[in-house]
Ligand binder design. Structure first.
Ligand code: PLP
Length: 449
């Protein structure tokens, strides 16, 4: 292991690494790359020893904070006992089984069956494959299409990418024809002068018209994040999810809640779809906070009703990933949930997350801040050239990147996303650090404006 290599050594080795969602040419020219070397609690440390507040929890992941010995021990103990076995055919192992049971206990009442994969993308792909299988078994082979939304992010495999907003994909996906994108539910940008209630009606009309146009008999699912994440942290108008779910139910369309980001405490609950938005989905997909990122793992949690159909005598379920329910990942997820329950982390977030939200909302008074949006520890800040007209900065100004750079110089990692910044820190942030994060953002935005 090369844990103590010099920055130059690491950057030289890094020339062989292809990063994600990045400007490969700029990286090739060796422009500013940050080597994250070490992490502890709410902080990470770069290879020059700078301490940085982890304002994005890695990538919406490290909910219980970095460096938890309990989680590290869970991995090593598990590997010592059983390093790997698959969950294919009739094989299982204790960690995967107990984790499935634990997730079923935490999830809404009718969601009692869990399919494990290794990423949020694979969890969403699995949800659709399960529903296709379910509909075939019900004698409805044409019921395959998926309703998603402009602004959504559901992953980077070809099927998940097809469900993601077209703005994120450069390549044609063979699954694109399966997916229809509904209007973005972003009132501030897309509301066109309507009140929020009028906008909600317009969104529901779009949903109903799309179903009528495509034919309910051809649609398997509607997929939605409770709050859109990578699309800019978009909170839909109040009542949106409940009304969407009602329309789906009336049309025999399954409602998939993509809780890859929103579950496991980020919004103050283990699962936000029901507890915060009042919807009992047919399927919930989750990842990230499930293990706090200590190991890659995702869960596709399905209802009893779907499970009964796919497990009835007949055709086999032909789907599987080598690492589904990997022992080390399952063990660390169990330890992670144990920490969250013991420390009452979701409950704590209902206080500290609200403080974080209100600290960031105060930045709305700055001249170039157009909208501060989100909830608890899931926040977005959109920067605008003209606040009154909401006119955006030109793309080549790269305003989000500039503010993020200014913040990093001041000791905070924030994620730029076009003209917006995303803040999704570890859930262990306490009031002093929340205040400091707000101060750094204020200084950074003011310095760049
Ligand atoms: N769904 C949502 C809401 C996400 O935010 C992401 C990733 O950020 C994914 C799915 C895809 O997860 P992964 O990158 O683990 O494939």
């Amino acid at each position: 292991m090369k844990l103590n290599a010099t920055t130059d050594d690491i950057l030289s080795a890094d020339n062989h690494l292809i990063q994600s969602f990045c400007d490969l040419d700029a990286l090739k020219q060796n422009t500013a790359r940050t080597v994250i070397n070490r992490a502890e609690g709410a902080f990470v440390y770069d290879s020059d020893g700078n301490e940085l507040i982890d304002g994005i929890a890695g990538l919406w992941c490290v909910n219980v904070g970095h460096g938890r010995q309990e989680l590290i021990d869970a991995v090593t103990q598990q590997l010592g006992q059983l390093d790997y076995y698959s969950t294919f055919y009739n094989f299982t192992h204790p960690s995967a089984a107990h984790l499935a049971q634990k997730i079923a206990d935490l999830a809404p009442a009718s969601l009692n069956h869990v399919y494990f994969a290794n990423s949020g993308s694979a969890a969403n792909d699995s949800a659709i494959r399960i529903l296709h299988h379910y509909n075939e078994r019900r004698g409805k082979p044409d019921k395959k299409r998926v309703l998603s939304r402009h602004g959504a992010y559901h992953g980077s495999t070809y099927l998940a990418m097809a469900m993601t907003t077209p703005a994120f994909s450069q390549t044609w996906s063979s699954a694109s024809d399966l997916v229809h994108h509904l209007r973005s539910p972003h009132h501030w940008r897309e509301g066109g002068g309507m009140t929020e209630a009028e906008f909600l009606d317009a969104l529901m009309e779009d949903l109903e018209q799309s179903i009528a146009h495509l034919g309910a008999d051809n649609i398997a699912a509607f997929i939605a994040e409770p709050i859109m994440g990578a699309g800019g942290v978009i909170v839909a108008p109040k009542g949106y999810h409940v009304r969407s779910a009602e329309i789906c139910r009336a049309n025999d369309i399954k409602y998939i809640s993509d809780e890859v980001v929103t579950a496991f405490g980020r919004l103050g609950h283990f699962f936000a779809s029901q507890e915060m938005f009042g919807v009992e989905p047919d399927i919930i997909t989750s990842a990230k906070g499930l293990t706090s990122g200590y190991q890659p793992l995702s869960a596709t949690i399905i209802s009893d009703e779907i499970y009964e159909v796919i497990s009835a005598p007949g055709e086999k379920f032909l789907h599987g990933f080598t690492y589904s329910g990997h022992p080390a990942a399952s063990a660390v997820a169990l330890a992670n949930i144990e920490v969250m329950e013991r420390e009452k982390l979701p409950e704590q977030v209902r206080t500290t997350g609200k403080q974080f939200e209100s600290t960031l909302r105060d930045l709305g008074e700055l001249d170039i801040v157009g909208e501060v949006r989100g909830s608890h520890f899931m926040m977005g800040i959109e920067l605008v050239k003209d606040k009154a007209t909401k006119v955006s900065f030109d793309d080549d100004v790269e305003i989000g990147g500039k503010v993020a750079e200014a913040a990093q110089k001041r000791g905070l990692i924030a994620r730029p996303l076009g003209n917006s910044l995303i803040l999704s820190p570890t859930l262990v942030m306490q009031p002093d650090l929340i205040e400091k994060t707000g101060d750094i953002l204020r200084e950074s935005i003011t310095a760049v404006a």
